[in-house]
Write a protein that binds this ligand. Structure first.
Ligand code: G3P
Ligand code: CA
Length: 254
C-alpha cells in the first residue's frame, strides 16, 4: 500500500449527504451506490456497548440530549436518530458489521474510528477487538486482506491496536501536516496516514512522503469533485466522502 492509481471510495458516516449520518439507511445506500468502504465513529456507552455516534453527546444527531458515555444502550436507544418524517434507530457497531458482512457481492471494508481515547484509555480498543473477534475480523491473514481498518487521531489508540492485533491495518489521522510528517506514524506502526483534504491541498507532498515509508494515504472528507480529482492525481489510496455514489461515478469515469 503506497500510491494508488485509482482511489477507493469510503462512505463517510454512510451516504451521509443523502441520509442521516450513522444510520442503517445511510450505510445501506452507501453499499447500493458501490462504496468500497464505509466509515463510522464509535463510542462506548456507560454499560460497555460500542455505538456509532460522532459527537460526545447525542444532541446534534437525535431528538434526545445527553453524553453517550454517561448513558446506557437502552437509554440511548429510546431516541430518534433520523429526521422529521424519516425516523431512524441508534446504530451499534455490531449492527453495522452484520450489515456489511452480510453484503457478499464485494468485500467492502469498514473503517472504524475510535473516539474518546483519553477518557477510556484502552477500554474502547479492547472492546473493539472483542467485537471484531465475534465476526472473525480481529486476526486477518494479512493487512491487505483485512475487512476492517482501525483509525484514530490519538497515536496511543493506534499503538494499542497494533500491539494487540498486529495484522489489523490502521490509519493515524491528523489535523496538521507537521504531525503527519513527524515520527508518530512510524513509532506506532500505522499502516496509513490520514490528512484532511484542507491539509492535503496545502501539503501535496504528504502522499509521496507516506509512500516512501511504505504508507498509504486516507484523505477526509472529500466532497468537492475538484478535490476528488486532486486525490486521484496525487495517488491517495482512500477518499472518505459524504457522497459515495457521485464520487464513485467520477473516479470510474476518470
Ligand atoms: O474519516 C476521518 C474523519 O471522519 C475524521 O474526522 O470529525 O469526521 O470524525 P471526523
Ligand atoms: Ca470520523
Amino acid at each position: 500500500m503506497t500510491r494508488s492509481a485509482h482511489p477507493r471510495v469510503v462512505a463517510h458516516r454512510g451516504a451521509s449527504a443523502a441520509l442521516p449520518e450513522h444510520t442503517i439507511g445511510a450505510y445501506e445506500l452507501a453499499l447500493k451506490e458501490g462504496a468500497d468502504g464505509v466509515e463510522c465513529d464509535v463510542r462506548l456507552t456507560r454499560d460497555g456497548h460500542l455505538v456509532c455516534v460522532h459527537d460526545r453527546t447525542i444532541d446534534r444527531t437525535s431528538n434526545g440530549t445527553g453524553v453517550v458515555s454517561e448513558m446506557t444502550l437502552d437509554e440511548l436507544a429510546q431516541y430518534d436518530y433520523g429526521r422529521p418524517g424519516e425516523p431512524a434507530d441508534l446504530l451499534t457497531l455490531r449492527q453495522l458489521l452484520e450489515l456489511v458482512m452480510d453484503f457478499t457481492s464485494v468485500p467492502v471494508k469498514v473503517f472504524v474510528e475510535t473516539k474518546h481515547p483519553v477518557r477510556y484509555g484502552g477500554l474502547v480498543e479492547s472492546k473493539l477487538l472483542a467485537e471484531l473477534a465475534r465476526f472473525g475480523l480481529a486476526t486477518p491473514a494479512s493487512a491487505d486482506f483485512s475487512r476492517v481498518v482501525v483509525m484514530s487521531f490519538a497515536a496511543g489508540a493506534v499503538w494499542r491496536i497494533r500491539r494487540a492485533a498486529p495484522l489489523l491495518p490502521t490509519v493515524l489521522l491528523g489535523e496538521t501536516s507537521r504531525y503527519l510528517r513527524g515520527s508518530a506514524a512510524t513509532t506506532v506502526g500505522a499502516t496509513a496516514v490520514g490528512p484532511s483534504i484542507a491539509t492535503l491541498r496545502e501539503h501535496r507532498d504528504l502522499v509521496d512522503r507516506a509512500a516512501l515509508s511504505g504508507r498509504a494515504t486516507y484523505c477526509w472528507t472529500v466532497d468537492d469533485p475538484a478535490d476528488v480529482e486532486l486525490c486521484r492525481e496525487l495517488g491517495v489510496e482512500w477518499v472518505a466522502t459524504n457522497h459515495p455514489g457521485r464520487t464513485k461515478l467520477q473516479l470510474d469515469a476518470a
